[in-house]
Design a protein. Structure first.
Lengths: 258, 383
């Protein structure tokens, strides 16, 4: 289910932007002008490395991107749904507050860093430090669902929200290569598929089987993920999942403050 | 005094977020291509630098002079040129010399004089010293002892072009679209700990080794002191310089295979070594213990090149980005995927390498079929 019902409105106003050879600042200005002009949907073509796309936009507009958007896609974003037909670079969803980013490819390092709300769906894998220091408060709860595998420091210093690692490119018996998973984690929850040796986990993380409430959350998110990428949710959910949770609320409390 | 804020922060943003940009492309079949593509690619990442350094390395550059050392020298004064040329004529046979052709550009301010020399070692002067050792020592002599003169390229059939400016401007300034090579690397600089000057731009070079680097080598002091014991003296005021000399020491002088340099620069953590098979443990411990002073601390992504090979490497916990891609027999390495797409929109594979693990392209193993698995596997099988 989309985060905001307004996203379901029929597309009665589509504005197209050709991003060819347009610098970051100018492209984001054009995007803001299109939103101000009342567009429900903005189609950005030939995007190639322009940064911060979608930043400072506070309405549930739909942004479709063809090409390779630059770093910090949707940073500080507050409402839009961005769909990328390609890969995302580093810092995708940096400190986003509300909205949705759907990437039909992989994403680079620090995906969803410091996010405070909204949802990110990546069809394939992610780089280092996905979800680093994401946090939640009240009804604000960021969610990141990864279809492939993750590199090191997944959920580092995680303080809230939900990370889902589906590892659809791996067999149930395969071991992840990732190391330092959940290092410094002190809030939120990670649901993951695939095997891990204990040394691949951060010292602040515990493992458990999913309970009824966990299964409910997971099946909802897998349903949304499958919807975005035209996959079979039931088939994904038939796999075995593990829950990772923080052992301590303040793992470094004694280190920095006596 | 020039107000740099207007150049570096044209929109008066609260914070300017920059980093260096690096890019490498190699046709593993040995086919040569012009510098136009890499100028465009590195230009796509303009926002990562701030115009205080840009440069290129090219391999397969001087096929007609392939057996001679090609020295590129920058002069800050006429006197430096006179002294250096007298020195070169004494120590070498001077095969050919010319001023490197440039194109006047408003963006390139106060460029030094840059000359190119094709040299053959004077056997009478070198005595029993091997050619490569003799050349390294003479490069150090010029850089330390002769005023206003800096050798920034000293290999065979390759060359470095660099200076103060955005890399795409430096590329235009040196007319690099008129040169051809099978392997090009490039760098856009955002200086953090030292001033932006012509010698401090990347790539850094000794013989045919070149390095471009994004990051900070916090072990620079230890690395530099260690290298001084072997006669490598740092003169370019930038941390990356130690990497070029370290590779020359490890591979050429100490005879280590090229793929072990990643195990020295980005040595696995001790507890990771403990989990390796016994034979590998022994090797990795020996390398860490012997070359502890060449461990590179701090965040880095490197593109290292020498004749016939290009290697991408990040630090162990990947604190700087690297994306790899293939198209046909061409291997790309870049700080950002978009820079690759800007010159090659359709790619066969794009992936993000694991921290501390090298990605290599080699003339010895042309990419075929191109996939990330085959690139890594072929690299390991070759050694």
């Amino acid at each position: 289910m989309p985060a905001n019902p307004a996203l379901k409105k029929p597309h009665n106003s589509i504005i197209e932007i050709n991003a060819q050879d347009i610098a970051t600042h100018e492209l984001n200005n054009q995007l803001k002008q299109a939103v101000a002009a009342g567009a429900n949907k903005i189609l950005m073509k030939n995007v190639c490395g322009q940064r911060y796309i979608g930043t400072d936009i506070n309405s549930p507009v739909e942004i479709e991107i063809e090409g390779t958007p630059g770093n910090d896609l949707g940073s500080f974003m507050n409402g839009p749904r961005i769909t990328v037909h390609g890969n995302a670079q580093d810092g995708c969803g940096n400190t986003m507050n509300e909205g949705e980013i759907v990437v039909h490819g992989h994403a680079g390092d620090i995906t969803g860093l410091s996010s405070r709300g909204g949802r990110i769906f990546i069809r394939e894998g992610v780089g280092y430090r996905t979800g680093i220091h994401m946090k939640e408060y009240g009804n604000k709860k960021p969610i990141i669902v990864i279809g492939g595998a993750a590199q090191d420091f997944f959920g580092e210093y995680m303080a809230g929200g939900v990370l889902v690692l589906l590892a659809l490119n791996m067999k149930d018996s395969d071991y992840h290569r990732t190391r330092y998973m959940g290092t410094g984690m002190h809030g939120g929850v990670i649901y993951m598929r695939g095997r891990l040796e204990s040394h691949q986990l951060g010292r602040e993380v515990g493992t458990a089987e999913l309970n009824g409430a966990d299964h409910e959350v997971l099946s909802g998110l897998v349903g949304q993920f499958a919807g975005h990428f035209d996959l079979n949710a039931d088939k994904i959910l038939r796999h075995e999942f593990t829950k990772l949770f923080p052992l301590y609320h303040r793992p470094y409390g004694r280190l920095y403050a006596y | 005094m020039q107000d740099l804020r207007k150049i570096q922060n044209p929109y008066n943003s609260d914070k300017v977020i920059d980093a260096c940009s690096i890019f490498g492309m190699m046709d593993t079949s040995g086919q040569r291509f012009s510098g136009a593509a890499i100028i465009k690619a590195i230009g796509n990442m303009r926002v990562r630098g701030n115009g205080l350094g840009g440069g290129f390395a090219v391999y397969g550059l001087y096929p007609d002079y392939a057996e001679y050392y090609a020295m590129h020298v920058m002069y800050l004064s006429r006197e430096g040129k006179t002294e250096t040329e007298a020195f070169l004529k004494e120590k070498f046979h001077l095969v050919d010399a010319d001023e490197i052709k440039t194109r006047p550009l408003a963006a390139i301010k106060d460029p030094p004089l840059v000359w190119r020399y094709f040299l053959k070692v004077n056997r009478y002067q070198a005595g029993i010293q091997a050619d490569d050792d003799f050349v390294v020592d003479r490069v150090m002599d010029i850089n330390i002892k002769i005023r206003d003169s800096f050798v920034f390229s000293s290999g065979k059939d390759m060359g470095v072009f660099k200076g103060v400016g955005y890399p795409e401007e430096i590329g235009q300034y040196f007319r690099l679209e008129e040169y051809e090579g099978y392997l090009w690397t490039s760098h856009g600089r955002y200086p953090t700990n030292s001033r932006g000057w012509w010698g401090g731009a990347h790539p850094f070079n000794i013989l045919d080794w070149t390095v471009v680097h994004n990051g900070e080598i916090s072990s620079y002091g230890i690395n530099r002191r260690y290298l001084e014991q072997y006669g490598y003296i740092c003169t370019m005021e930038t941390d990356t310089e130690v990497i070029a000399y370290a590779i020359d020491l490890l591979v050429r002088k100490h005879g280590l295979p090229v793929d072990t340099i990643s195990q020295v620069f980005a040595a696995p953590f001790w507890d990771d070594i403990d989990r390796k098979p016994p034979v590998e443990q022994e090797l990795l411990r020996a390398l860490r213990q012997t070359y502890g002073s060449l461990l590179l601390n701090g965040p880095f992504t490197l593109i290292i090149a020498h004749a016939g090979e290009m290697i991408g490497l990040t630090d162990r916990i990947r604190l700087r980005p690297l994306t790899a891609a293939t198209k046909g027999k061409v291997l790309f390495l870049s700080s950002e995927e978009a820079a690759i797409r800007t010159i090659s929109p359709q790619l066969e594979s794009v992936w993000i390498p694991v921290g501390g693990e090298p990605i290599a392209g080699s003339l010895k193993i042309p990419l075929n079929p191109p996939s990330p698995v085959s690139v890594v596997a072929a690299y390991k099988m070759d050694r």
